[in-house]
Design a protein around this ligand. Structure first.
Ligand code: NAP
Ligand code: F7E
Length: 341
């Protein structure tokens, strides 16, 4: 019988790639969707014929228990979150509830539905759980590159909420013997990336300028450095972690780091433009506390999971610029269809 996966956050960037990957692997895929007017059709439209949807919200414990009872999953991927770091200062409590407490509610739904208690730990037919942890937990980094043993020093309410979810996942593994793991994923991008994140903001900005739809691009801190990879590669690592023999946490990234300035230069160059003529610094886009430098050490994932990134930074940027030029040239309404190149 096909393995059955339940994905929270299926309408997001990673949810859409993960659903495709699991369908390719022969899985029966279910996606948790929330709200009255959801799912946001842009990213799930093409999947609707293959994926089954179940209603639920990470803010609502009962809905998660009902979803797990209905789907009877073999694997749960918890990708749902408020994931935009600046929003976590504006709505810190909501971020704690969704991104942090949401992990507790999902783990409790699995524990309750599996009949696991402190004296009756998880058995062989257990539900395997993946938590979407983040390199934002490293924050003000203590060492470079960052690996699974690097201490956390989060710099935003988002990073703090992710650290809570990370330790809780570890705690459920140790307390109840659950197969519960966290992937500490560094920034990963794609043509389906939300327009608020810097890579997509830049590639959309470049496409607008190239097509004469805009004359400038306003950005915040150009000196921050990130380890940027391709989302399609990273979702494969999630599946590999749940197929490992033992439940362990893994750092997933490329091992290379670039500045926002380098990202901007590469994106404008991909469209044959000189970025210095168009980019305007905007103090309002700087964060209350910045994460200055992230760079992964993905050795454990390479050695133990056989995972490696396949798309280099320049290739990723060019892919996103090309995709946005195609979308905007075709006059596609970004709110409707942009996320599905
Ligand atoms: P994304 O595009 O922002 O997607 C977030 C998803 O969470 C959406 O499907 C959203 O659903 C869902 N969601 C929000 N509030 C929810 C709630 N109350 N209940 C249930 N679902 C809710 O994020 P992403 O880039 O795909 O990232 C996936 C996960 O990995 C997130 O947990 C993120 O924090 C984490 N992560 C991402 C990166 C990265 O670079 N992309 C790196 C490390 C970790 P709606 O459509 O209904 O809003
Ligand atoms: O910012 C700088 C900004 O918003 C990257 C999420 O997926 O990855 C993501 O978090 C850098 C920061 O991503 C603008 O200050 C400059 O230093 O693309 P971002 P993020 O904050 O790194 C991690 C791993 C996650 O887990 C998160 O969920 O770019 N920057 N100017 C800007 N950033 C934005 N958004 N907009 C600007 O105008």
């Amino acid at each position: 019988m096909a393995r059955r996966a339940l994905i929270t956050g299926i309408t997001g960037q990673d949810g859409s790639y993960l659903a495709e990957d699991l369908l390719d692997q022969g899985y029966d895929v279910w996606g948790l969707v929330r709200g009255q007017a959801n799912p946001r059709v842009s990213r799930v439209r093409k999947l609707l014929q293959d994926v089954q949807l179940v209603r639920g919200d990470l803010l609502d414990q009962g809905s998660l228990i009902s979803a797990v009872e209905r789907v009877q999953p073999d694997e749960v991927y918890n990708l749902g979150a408020i994931s935009f770091v600046p929003m976590s200062w504006e709505q810190a409590e909501l971020t704690a509830e969704v991104t942090g407490m949401g992990v507790l509610r999902m783990l409790e739904a699995i524990r309750v539905c599996s009949g696991i208690t402190a004296s009756r730990s998880s058995g062989s037919g257990q539900i395997r759980f993946y938590q979407a942890s983040s390199s934002e937990m490293f924050g003000q980094v203590r060492e470079t590159p960052q690996n699974e043993r690097t201490p956390f020093h989060p710099r935003s309410p988002y990073g703090v909420a992710k650290a809570y979810g990370h330790f809780l996942t570890q705690n459920y593994r140790e307390s109840y013997g659950m197969f519960a793991v966290s992937g500490i994923l560094f920034n990963h991008e794609s043509p389906r990336r939300g327009a608020e994140f810097v890579t997509r903001k830049v590639t959309l900005g470049v496409a607008r300028i190239k097509l004469g739809l805009a004359s400038e691009l306003r950005l915040g801190n150009l000196e921050a450095r990130r380890d940027w990879g391709y989302a399609g590669d990273y979702v494969k690592a999630m599946r590999l972690m749940l197929h490992a023999e033992t439940p362990e946490d893994y750092v997933i990234g490329t091992g290379h780091t670039q500045s926002v300035r380098e990202l901007v230069a590469a994106a404008f160059e991909a469209a044959g433009l000189d970025w210095e003529q168009y980019v305007v610094g905007d103090q309002a886009l700087h964060r209350p506390a910045e994460v200055d430098l992230l760079c992964a050490d993905p050795k454990k994932a390479r050695v133990q999971l056989g995972w490696e990134p396949t798309v280099a930074f320049e290739e990723l940027v060019a892919m996103m610029v090309e995709s946005d030029l195609r979308l905007l040239s075709a006059g596609i309404d970004l709110e409707q269809d942009s996320s599905w190149p």
